[in-house]
Write a protein that binds this ligand. Structure first.
Ligand code: PLP
Length: 401
C-alpha cells in the first residue's frame, strides 16, 4: 500500500532526481550477477567508452563510482589536490556553497568568489586573480556549470580562455551534475580537467552512480596529489582497468544495465537533439513565467539555465506553500527554494527524459497552484504562451522521421 498514493503519474518536475524512462526501468529489473564473470567487465568496457561521449571527450578517463554528486566532487578534489593547495571557487547558490564547504573541510585554501544568488560566477575576478598569480600558487579553478538552486549556467569556455590567456596551469574542475547530457558540454574543447555528474539528473537513472571523467593532466596530477583518499582513489580503478576486470569493489549491476539503456536512448535521440530539446523546454518555461507576470531568479539572459528555472514569487506568497500544495492537490512535484532563496522562489526542473506535453501539464499545474495561493494569474496564460512557442519549434521526434 502506497501511503502517499495519488492517481495517475506524479508530475516530477524537481531538478533531480528526475523521471526514469520505462526502457531504463525494465533494463534494471533483473537479478544480481557475479561481477567477476566475463559479462560485467564486457558490459563495463563498452560503457566506459560510451560514457565519454556525453562529456564530449576522447582523451578523458571515466570512472563509474557507486556514489552521488557529492562523492563525485570528493573524488575530483582528493585525487588531484593536496591539503593546503590554493583553489578558486565561485559561490553563487546552494550547490556551489556545498562544494565550497567540502573543499574547506578537505583543508584546501579556498579563494571564494561570491556573487548574488541569481548571478553567474564573476569571471572578471577570476581573470584578475589568475593574471596576478605569476608564481602559479592557484592549483585549481572549481566551478559549478549549472547552479541548480538558482537556475544559473556559467560560461565554461570563458574560464578556459582566461586560463589560456595567462598561460596558467591551474586544473579546471567542473561540476556538471545538472548539465551533462542536457546542456552543451565540451570537456576536450574547453580543456576541462575533471568533469563530473550524477546518475539521477539528466541521465534519468536512479541515484547512486557518480560519473567522473579525468583528463590526462588530471591523471598526472593524481600521481602526486597528497589528499587522503581510499574509496575514491582513481588508482584502484586504474589497476583493475589494466587487468580488464574493471571493478575494485562491487558495482550496482542494475545501475550498469540502466546506464546502458539510458545511453542507448540518448544516442538514439542524438545527444545534440537531447540538448536542443532541453533548450526548447527551458524557453517554453521562461515564456510561461513571463506570461504569468513573474520574474526569473536568474538576473541576465546569458546565465539562463536550460535545465532548471527558479521563479521568484511576490513577497506576500511563501514559495514553499506553492510546492506543498502542488504535491498535495495536483500530484505535481516542484523544487523548493533553498537556503537564501527559501520561501522566495520555487523551481521547475526541466531536465532528463521529459517532453513537451509533460511540461505543459506541469505549467498548467503551476498556474492552478498560483491561483490557489492568491496570485492573480490568468489560468491558461502560461500554457498558451508555452504551447504557442512549442507548436512552432518542436521538430519531429528524431527516431520517427
Ligand atoms: N551539484 C549540483 C549542481 C547539484 O544540483 C547537486 C544536487 O542536486 C549536487 C551537486 C549534489 O549531488 P548529490 O545530491 O547527488 O550528492
Amino acid at each position: 500500500m502506497d501511503y502517499v498514493y495519488g492517481p495517475g503519474r506524479n508530475h516530477l518536475f524537481v531538478p533531480g532526481p528526475v523521471n526514469i524512462p520505462e526502457q531504463v526501468t525494465r533494463a534494471m529489473n533483473r537479478n544480481n550477477e557475479d561481477y567477476r564473470s566475463p559479462a560485467i567487465p564486457a558490459l563495463t568496457k563498452v560503457l566506459l567508452e560510451d560514457v565519454k561521449k556525453i562529456f564530449k571527450t576522447t582523451s578523458g578517463t571515466p570512472f563509474l563510482i557507486p556514489t552521488t554528486g557529492t562523492g563525485a566532487w570528493e573524488s575530483a578534489l582528493t585525487n588531484t589536490l593536496s591539503p593546503g593547495d590554493r583553489i578558486v571557487s565561485f559561490l553563487i547558490g546552494q550547490f556551489s556553497l556545498l562544494w565550497i564547504d567540502q573543499q574547506q573541510r578537505l583543508n584546501f585554501n579556498v579563494d571564494v568568489v561570491e556573487s548574488d544568488w541569481g548571478q553567474g560566477a564573476n569571471l572578471d575576478i577570476l581573470a584578475s586573480k589568475i593574471g596576478e598569480d605569476k608564481s602559479h600558487t592557484i592549483k585549481a579553478v572549481c566551478i559549478v556549470h549549472n547552479e541548480t538552486a538558482t537556475g544559473v549556467t556559467n560560461n565554461l569556455a570563458t574560464v578556459r580562455k582566461i586560463l589560456d590567456h595567462y598561460q596558467h596551469p591551474a586544473l579546471f574542475l567542473v561540476d556538471g551534475v545538472s548539465s551533462v547530457c542536457a546542456l552543451d558540454f565540451r570537456m576536450d574543447e574547453w580543456g576541462i580537467d575533471v568533469a563530473l555528474t550524477g546518475s539521477q539528473k539528466a541521465l534519468s537513472l536512479p541515484t547512486g552512480m557518480g560519473i567522473v571523467c579525468a583528463s590526462p593532466k588530471a591523471l598526472e596530477a593524481s600521481k602526486t596529489a597528497k589528499s587522503v583518499r581510499v574509496f575514491f582513489d582513481w588508482n584502484d580503478y586504474l589497476k583493475f582497468y589494466k587487468l580488464g576486470t574493471y571493478w575494485p569493489y562491487t558495482p550496482s549491476i542494475q545501475l550498469l544495465y540502466g546506464l546502458r539503456a539510458a545511453l542507448d536512448l540518448i544516442f538514439e535521440e542524438g545527444l545534440d537533439n537531447v540538448i536542443a530539446r532541453h533548450g526548447r523546454l527551458a524557453k517554453a518555461t521562461r515564456v510561461a513565467v513571463e506570461a504569468w507576470g513573474l520574474k526569473n531568479c536568474t538576473q541576465k539572459e546569458e546565465w539562463f539555465s536550460d535545465t532548471v528555472t527558479a521563479v521568484i514569487v511576490p513577497s506576500y506568497i511563501d514559495s514553499s506553500e506553492i510546492v506543498r500544495r502542488a504535491w498535495k492537490q495536483y500530484n505535481l512535484s516542484l523544487g523548493l527554494g533553498l537556503n537564501k532563496v527559501a520561501g522566495k522562489v520555487f523551481r521547475i526542473g526541466h531536465l532528463g527524459n521529459v517532453n513537451e506535453l509533460q511540461l505543459l501539464g506541469c505549467l498548467a499545474g503551476v498556474e492552478m497552484v498560483l491561483k490557489d495561493v492568491g496570485y492573480p494569474v490568468k489560468l491558461g496564460s502560461g500554457v498558451a504562451a508555452a504551447s504557442a512557442y512549442l507548436q512552432n519549434s518542436t521538430p519531429l521526434i528524431p527516431s520517427r522521421i
